[in-house]
Design a protein around this ligand. Sequence first.
Ligand code: DGT
Ligand code: CA
Ligand code: CA
Ligand code: ZN
Length: 582
Amino acid sequence: MENVEIAQLLTELADLLEIQGANPFRVRAYRNAARTVRDHPGAVADLVEAGEDLSALPGIGKDLAGQLATLVRTGRLPRLEEVAAEVPRSLARLVQLDGVGPKKARKLWTELGVTTIDELERAIEEDRVAALEGFGPTSVARIREAIEHYRRQTGRFRLDVAEELIRPLVAHLEAAPTAERVVVAGSYRRRRDTVGDIDILVVAEEGWSDLMERFTTFRSVERVVSAGETRGSVVLRSGLEVDLRVVPAASAGAALQYFTGSQAHSVALRQIAVRQGLSLNEWGVYRAEDEAHAEPLAGATEEEVYDALGLPWIPPELRENRGEIEAAREGRLPELVALEDLRGDLHMHSTWSDGKASIEEMARACARRGYAYMVISDHSPALAMVGGLTPERARQQWAELDRVREAVPDIRIYRGMEVDILRDGALDMDDEVLAELDVVIISVHSLMDMDGPTMTERVLRAMAHPAVDILGHPTGRILGKREPYALDVEAVLQAARDLDVAVEINANPRRLDLNEIHARRARELGVKVAISTDAHSLDGLEHMRFGVDQGRRGWLQREDVLNAMEPDDFERWLRRRAEGRA
Ligand code: DGT
Ligand code: CA
Ligand code: CA
Ligand code: ZN
């Protein structure tokens, strides 16, 4: 069992207990345990198998340790089964909809008998939900949108979740004696924000049936869909589907190209092949007249496949048939930004608001990552429930920043704040404080269901404030959970250009906001893009690579990215308005 799977079950149990109205401390205990297991660096299952005492882990007592051991050994969590006998398990799925917490789920269940998303949809159509106390039209509209979003996303997995789920399988295949190379292709290799399924390619000259068996009998496989000589397909317990292809080295490049896709990109490539009297398939590039039996002209590497078609190699992130083939042909492929290009992280929280680590801990972690600079950007007071900073506390924080600057001298630490954009577009902080901040990020965190024109107005007005540097998570989407706000992104990006405000790619794999299409448009308009983690913990800082992946999908080059600037250039950028006025 993988850590993510265990964590999912514990979270489900916590949700069901909460819906049942169980003791909040018990609920919290399961939630904490879920987090501990999810964040544990090694497989918790291995600890159990090694006979180690799990109660040594943070937040896991004797009782929970026993339950986890049972879960790992038997695949069953008796406590979950007990609760599920009283509270339908499908209610745990309801809770994952934006706008439906455990309390609302309980109400829907006990008062309307709603236990599934279908039933909830029907109850909304029949106006039974709006009639419930504590729901109201706004909240019903939000739930309806969440259901639509769920329907669209169904079956897709977030990239980071997919990574966690397949890492052990990939390692298992790599350990096979005849496997020369194991590559994950498909949308995963193209670094899409979500993946429909996983496509694994194994390069091997022999032992194919052993490889196939190794694949279909892997411990987290729930069901084998098919298993032929060179192709197999399974469903993991998590519900994630995995396709496997085994290919010989001579065809590895062609197969990798084919299974990386996208289909639209590959179709366009095949048309190019045909025009040159060639044919392209998953085994190689051939002269059109002698396909089947002939030796391919190319096939062992992707480079030689593209080369045979008269093209330079195209990075997987660009392979969506959105102009990359034309750009390749004309020698104007972008030189994509890379993780190593980033010199700082511009958005993170500390214990001063809802972060889990102190400023000093965050600073040390950023310095360890090799950053030259960083911005501490805790929330403003509108987010009262997370301890948003009042002007007074902001000033206290600056004193703390001075202290940390001395303690951690090898990184430049800037005063920042993630300032809420209020209902009317005003900023949730005094102008005097704003003027003393080095970096002002503005974000929408409330009233997210405004209509498009009103929301756009609101954001445009906020951006026009002269203290503003970066628009944070501009569309507010949460993958699998919340649709973007109704927002005219084009108008926002044009305003960003006119006002010299940067826009964020929030690197948190739940958000990845802006998406790649909007990031690309920002680049076209000459708007700087900040790729920032919005970390709320030390681990959160690790998300940077997901943001970079999306930036690459958006054709961003180093010079498009605000935090790829050298420290002095970045400081000059921060002073851009002052200098303009001088
Ligand atoms: P996903 O799984 O929905 O996130 O997206 P992909 O791109 O991974 O799509 P998938 O898993 O159906 O197929 C993986 C790759 O295999 C795809 O990117 C291109 C290739 N492929 C699959 N089916 C076809 C097909 O019918 N024609 C062509 N040309 N290529 C295909
Ligand atoms: Ca796929
Ligand atoms: Ca597939
Ligand atoms: Zn935020």
